[in-house]
Design a protein around this ligand. Structure first.
Ligand code: HEM
Length: 462
């Protein structure tokens, strides 16, 4: 016992000393940005994750900006980090080439999403995976999804209304977007498998927003285990999919998973190489992550806006009703691509929501070499983090106003700001109605759409 106590009392100070020596002094004389690395290993991850969960992410950053300026150092998700804020910073991050800043994720995220995922790839392998992803997200491909998407949304709304009096928007959107992604992007139609994947991904998503400690009982460990279960499941799916492709039942064009299975990298010596199971699993996980919370947040925010702003609701409703009315005269089919094109005001509301409350709070890069920015050195290997700042400052809005003189009148484009704050709005789902659902309208009025006070918290605390 005594030996243990002595060992622990020695190990702790030694560890702290190593940590601060490594992070603090290794770069001594390099003029790294001011700030604090927080605790060893976890750095400032805990307070950062807490802030994000409480929708105080910007506040967390602003507090440090007030102390240290627009560029400050910290340690997040297992990596020394430099948060860069403000317009010049964003310009710097998004205009840097791959040799300067690479879109690498923090080590903890890589452990969950996999080292072969698209956000980690560079060179030919990146181009290969990106080509498959883009082929399923380009407008021509999206047109194919509209009909099935419309059916799936309507069926889900109808089914949910049958079994529930109250629809909680955040969980509803999370499930809806997950099912849409499984079915349309990945061609996964087996309900029990999708249910199991949903549960596992819910654990994995929580891990992405957790302190990266692989210890019993932590969210991060649960996420790692969920990732293993997902991988085992996807291996089986891949096996079945390969068989169907070889039988000619499915092709590279059927869905993104089949596309990833069929794609080949051409090399100069006329050999080609396909993606391994591991590469496919990693990209499946990463694409699920990239597509899921983003769309679920945006759709939740849209409902939230419609519930709280009668003027916007009225205009969106008018636009949707006009489209449905026109359709009644022509056909009684599903939603079409040309109808989506007519949803100009609805789309502007969505864009405005993304501007005010960006679904992606920010992201990280990795410095591929020592960089100089804002008068500071960012050492090679550190991760610069950018913030998508919602509700731009008055100054920025003035500049935006100037910019928009060229493209049109912003005031006309912008939906009015929130005016009232009713807790619910019974008509919201009716926007998704077409002729087949008009009869359901009365029933819909009984459905309470519970808007959420804190959308991002709802997403993180799934
Ligand atoms: C409202 C919905 C969405 C928003 C707001 C959004 C936002 C973003 C942002 C900000 C980035 C850049 C990240 C960075 O540079 O650090 C990004 C990249 C990416 N997103 Fe989305 N996204 C959305 C939907 C989707 C969907 C549905 C998919 C489909 C799978 C997707 C796949 C990707 C991929 C693959 C990348 C990486 C692209 C690359 O590195 O070349 N996103 N997204």
């Amino acid at each position: 016992m005594l030996v243990l106590i002595v060992a622990v009392s020695f190990a702790f100070p030694a560890f702290f000393f190593y940590y601060y020596y490594y992070y603090g002094h290794e770069h001594h004389g390099k003029n790294v940005p001011p700030g604090s690395f927080g605790f060893p290993v976890i750095g400032e991850s805990w307070s950062y994750v807490q802030a994000l969960k409480e929708e105080r992410g910007s506040e967390w950053i602003q507090k440090r900006v007030a102390m240290h300026g627009n560029v400050f150092k910290t340690s997040l998700m297992g990596s020394p980090t430099v948060i860069v804020t403000g317009r010049p910073s964003n310009k710097f991050v998004f205009s840097a080439d791959d040799e300067t800043l690479s879109v690498k994720q923090p080590p903890a995220v890589v452990m969950l999403a996999g080292k072969h995922n698209i956000f980690e790839l560079t060179g030919p392998r990146y181009k290969l995976v990106k080509s498959v992803v883009l082929s399923f997200l380009k407008p021509e491909a999206l047109q194919e999804y509209i009909g099935p998407m419309d059916s799936l949304v309507k069926n889900t709304v109808k089914h949910t209304m049958k079994v529930k009096d109250t629809i909680h928007i955040v969980p509803f959107m999370k499930k809806l977007t997950f099912n849409l992604t499984c079915s349309l992007l990945f061609g996964l139609h087996d309900e029990p498998t999708n249910e199991a994947l949903f549960d596992d991904f819910s654990d994995l998503f929580k891990g992405l927003w957790s302190v990266p400690l692989n210890l019993p009982g932590t969210a991060f460990r649960r996420a790692l285990r969920a990732r293993s279960r997902i991988a085992r499941r996807v291996v089986l799916i891949i096996k079945g999919r390969r068989e169907k492709i070889s039988e000619g039942v499915l092709s590279a064009k059927s869905d993104m998973l089949s596309g990833l299975l069929a794609v080949e990298e051409e090399s100069t010596d006329s050999t080609s190489s396909t993606l391994s199971d591991e590469e496919i699993i990693d990209n499946f996980v990463a694409l699920m992550v990239a597509s899921h919370d983003t769309t679920a947040i945006l759709l939740s925010l849209l409902v939230w806006k419609l519930a709280r702003d009668p003027e916007v609701y009225q205009k969106v409703s008018q636009e949707q009703t006009a489209i449905i009315k026109e359709r009644h005269e022509k056909s009684k089919g599903e939603l079409t691509w040309s109808e989506v094109q007519k949803m100009k005001y609805t789309w502007r509301v969505a864009q405005e929501m993304m501007r005010m409350i960006p679904p992606v709070f920010g992201n990280f890069r990795k410095a591929m070499k020592d960089i100089n920015f804002g008068g500071y050195n960012i050492p090679k290997g550190w991760q610069p983090g950018w913030e998508a700042k919602g509700k731009p400052s008055v100054e920025a809005r003035k500049t935006d106003g100037e910019d928009n003189k060229m493209s049109g009148k912003r005031e006309e484009q912008e939906p009015p700001r929130q005016k009232t704050s009713p807790e619910e709005d019974v008509h919201l789902v009716s926007l998704a109605l077409d002729s087949t659902m008009v009869k359901e309208k009365e029933k819909l009025k009984k459905v309470t759409i519970v808007t959420i006070r804190n959308v991002t918290k709802g997403i993180v605390d799934r």
